[in-house]
Design a protein around this ligand. Structure first.
Ligand SMILES: [Zn+2]
Length: 238
């Protein structure tokens, strides 16, 4: 399935704009504008070198000089990866905060997810193996950092959205179906045939939900409904 080319950068529209940000599976973050963003990690040659160094470290004698040298080299590579991720998070959050009035993000409670599987290094918790891969991917994508920095830079303008069904719901017609997800990256609606990058479809749903939450908050003033759902207030003041 081919899609129209999507911009790799964040396009900044006019004021009053709402954007949805989805923590992608096949990309680091997808925006409802269609932009797909990836955290720059280690280059292929660097990643290969890291694996090689780690393998050598495993064989190196404890307390030896060679071990110290290998450890230092590994730390340098990892620091490089961390720096690139931080830089990406700073640039991305600045552009989101300045380019949009309201930013909807998945309420994933990333912190809890990563903490629960961790246990301690010496005595890892149950199910660590199963969760380790997923957690690694979440951390590597910098999602937690992204959400934290965004909330700091766009205070009061970040709307956490319940991620339930955001990946199964068609952003064009609203049809919810697990079969809507053709693959990890391809969304095809079984009802209306709408096709889209799966992460962008989810981001559009997040944008819609965030927009609705804001409308509910501003409802009495703007649209003038007499009844206001009390749970909206709870949701938004959290
Ligand atoms: Zn549809």
């Amino acid at each position: 399935m081919a899609f129209a080319a999507v911009p790799a950068s964040i396009e900044v529209p006019g004021n009053g704009a709402v954007v949805g940000v989805d923590r992608g599976v096949s990309v680091s973050a997808a925006l409802s504008t269609g932009a797909m963003l990836n955290v720059p990690g280690l280059r292929r040659t660097e990643a290969r070198r890291l694996t090689l160094l780690q393998r050598r470290l495993a064989r190196a004698k404890r307390g030896g000089r060679r071990r110290r040298i290998l450890k230092a080299a590994i730390a340098r590579l990892k620091a490089r990866e961390t720096d690139r991720r931080k830089d990406w998070v700073e640039k991305t959050t600045t552009r989101l905060a300045s380019g949009f009035d309201v930013i909807g993000i998945e309420d994933l409670r990333v912190k809890n997810m990563t903490a629960s599987a961790k246990g301690t290094i010496e005595a890892p918790g149950r199910g660590v193996r199963a969760k380790a891969g997923l957690n690694k991917a979440i951390l590597a994508s910098g999602w937690g950092q992204l959400a934290r920095r965004l909330e700091h830079k766009a205070q009061g303008r970040v709307i956490p959205v319940d991620p339930a069904y955001t990946s199964q719901r068609c952003s064009a017609c609203g049809h919810v179906d697990t079969k809507n997800r053709e693959s990890q990256s391809v969304f095809v609606c079984t009802a209306c045939g709408f096709a889209c990058h799966a992460d962008v479809n989810a981001a559009i749903n997040i944008e819609t939900a965030a927009g609705r939450a804001v409308a509910a908050r501003e409802g009495p003033r703007v649209a003038g409904p007499t009844h206001r759902e009390p749970q909206h207030d709870l949701l938004l003041s959290a």
